[in-house]
Design a protein around this ligand. Structure first.
Ligand code: NDP
Ligand code: 2IT
Length: 452
């Protein structure tokens, strides 16, 4: 019989082996460790999951593509970026996951994101596998024409690896509706196919789903509300700190306001704004979505209630709820200690892996409800899967219908994580609940489909 000690020894050995075979990929190691650290109870209880090679297969991408992306700027200078697509696991459906354009992108970052995506996508209950891609291209300060040429060059290679039944990319940092438009145009041109389901996050008039832009932020607020409700509290009337000011942060702020909470902050890589009256979401959208400006402009235009703190971190602002919605490892142990000191009750990760492992443990020890990204931010990819369903049926659902579906999916994810954590002896631990519940679904499919 396999004991928990045997399982732990095996998982520890696997961690060491994964570090050895994937050198210089700290974010990938971090994401894998976080999952492996929580699997011992399920491997001990369900011997079929301890089958040799299952976890090893899960931690090795099915396919990794790296390619050159040459493009010309407006002055005619040639730039060479690197493109990535990591097709991690397709046991549950076509690879599904976003594209990130940011100078920090490298293979390790894309692998961490693709690995997380497997479990997140499993938690949605929909038929989507896990993948991720992107480029070290920096879109900041680039003209529309430069962005278009870059996207066209990127798709000129990527098109041969994707397809509605194979791999379906979407947006992430630096990739929103504009970029998806240019990518889709080039795919259509090269393939001469109107294959709407090859990308999600498309425009409303040409195959996009209602509520896809809003879905990640709305979903993470719904997840925070569900965690609070579990503790007999209501989100209404609570103050919130939100980081980031991109797609996820904007619709997090919008949903907080809609549910009667008070979002006090948002940020970008230059610093943060705090607004004593609560963030004005229309002004935020104007500056960030329409003008593509900097967050300091919000404080300049908002008046006396708001100020800009250059270089600061939103976590120093006291609040009841925290929603990190910018990037990985943006909330460390010191930030967590400050939030706990100031009485934070719940943290829901809108971003992927924004909280360092030390900070997660600190929240859990302090009894703060902690919703990991693979559960809390799954609303975005869930509505992407609904977009694929609409494309397949050549139909378009109303915003009301999509929003109802999203609310239903987020509530089901919360319940699944909560119940799974309890079942495996970790009540209230949403990290364990999310990892085990996602793992069970993928592992069952992998076992049924044989050693491939
Ligand atoms: P956007 O590009 O729209 O916005 C990103 C925001 O985060 C910007 O405010 C940006 O500031 C800030 N940011 C990015 N990188 C850094 C950094 N290294 N340091 C400081 N600030 C940074 O991206 P999204 O809102 O789409 O994505 C935010 C997070 O949510 C990511 O972790 C993403 O993986 C995750 N996510 C996104 C989903 C989606 O559907 N879009 C779905 C699920 C998760 P600046 O402009 O100054 O760089
Ligand atoms: O991290 C994520 O879940 C996303 N960036 C969204 C992926 C998607 O396919 O919609």
């Amino acid at each position: 019989m396999t004991t928990r000690d045997d399982t732990k020894t095996r998982l520890d050995a696997l961690r060491v082996e994964i570090e050895r075979r994937n050198p210089a990929q700290p974010e990938f190691h971090q994401a894998v460790h976080e999952v492996l650290d929580t699997l011992a109870p399920v491997l001990a209880a369900r011997p079929e999951y301890a089958e040799p090679g299952l976890i090893e297969r899960l931690c090795e991408p099915e396919r990794q593509v790296i390619f050159r992306v040459p493009w010309q700027d407006d002055q005619g200078r040639v730039h060479v970026n690197r493109g990535f697509r990591v097709e991690f696991n397709s046991a549950l459906g076509p690879y599904k996951g976003g594209l990130r354009f940011h100078p920090s992108v490298n293979l390790g970052i894309i692998k961490f994101l693709g690995f997380e995506q497997i479990f997140k996508n499993a938690l949605t209950g929909l038929g989507i596998g896990g993948g991720k891609g992107g480029s070290d291209f920096d879109p900041h300060g680039r003209s529309d024409a430069e962005i278009m040429r870059f996207c066209q060059s990127f798709m000129t290679e990527l098109y041969r690896h994707i397809g509605e039944h194979t791999d379906v990319p979407a947006g992430d940092i630096g990739v929103g509706g504009r970029e998806i438009g240019y990518l889709f145009g080039q795919y259509r041109r090269i393939t001469n196919r109107w294959e709407a389901g090859v990308l999600t996050g498309k425009g409303a008039g040409w195959g996009g789903s209602a509520i896809r832009p809003e879905a990640t932020g709305y979903g993470s607020v719904l997840f925070a509300a569900a965690m609070l409700r579990e503790r007999g509290e209501d989100l209404e009337g609570q103050t919130a700190v939100v980081s980031g000011s991109g797609n996820v942060a904007i619709y997090t702020v919008e949903k907080l306001l809609a549910l009667g909470a008070n979002p006090l902050t948002c940020s970008d890589s230059s610093g943060y704004v705090v607004d004593d009256k609560g963030i004005d979401v229309e002004l935020l959208k104007q500056i960030k979505e329409v003008e593509r400006g900097r967050i300091s402009e919000y404080a300049e235009r908002r008046g006396a209630s708001a100020r800009f703190v250059p270089g600061g971190r939103v976590w120093e602002v006291p609040a009841d709820v925290a929603l990190p919605s910018a990037t990985q490892n943006e909330l460390d142990e010191n930030d967590a200690a400050a939030l706990v000191r100031n009485g934070v009750k719940a943290v829901a990760e809108g971003a992927n892996m924004p909280t360092t492992p030390e900070a997660v443990h600190l929240f859990q020890r302090a009894g703060v409800a902690f919703g990991p990204g693979k559960a809390a931010n799954a609303g975005g990819v869930a509505v992407s899967a609904l977009e694929m369903a609409q494309n397949h049926a050549r139909t378009a659902w109303s915003p009301t219908k999509v929003e109802e579906e999203l609310a239903h999916i987020m509530s089901a994810i919360h319940t699944t994580c909560h119940e799974t954590a309890e079942r495996y002896g970790a009540p209230g631990d949403y990290v364990t609940g999310a990892n085990i519940a996602g793992f069970e679904r993928v592992a069952d499919a992998m076992l049924a489909q044989g050693v491939i």
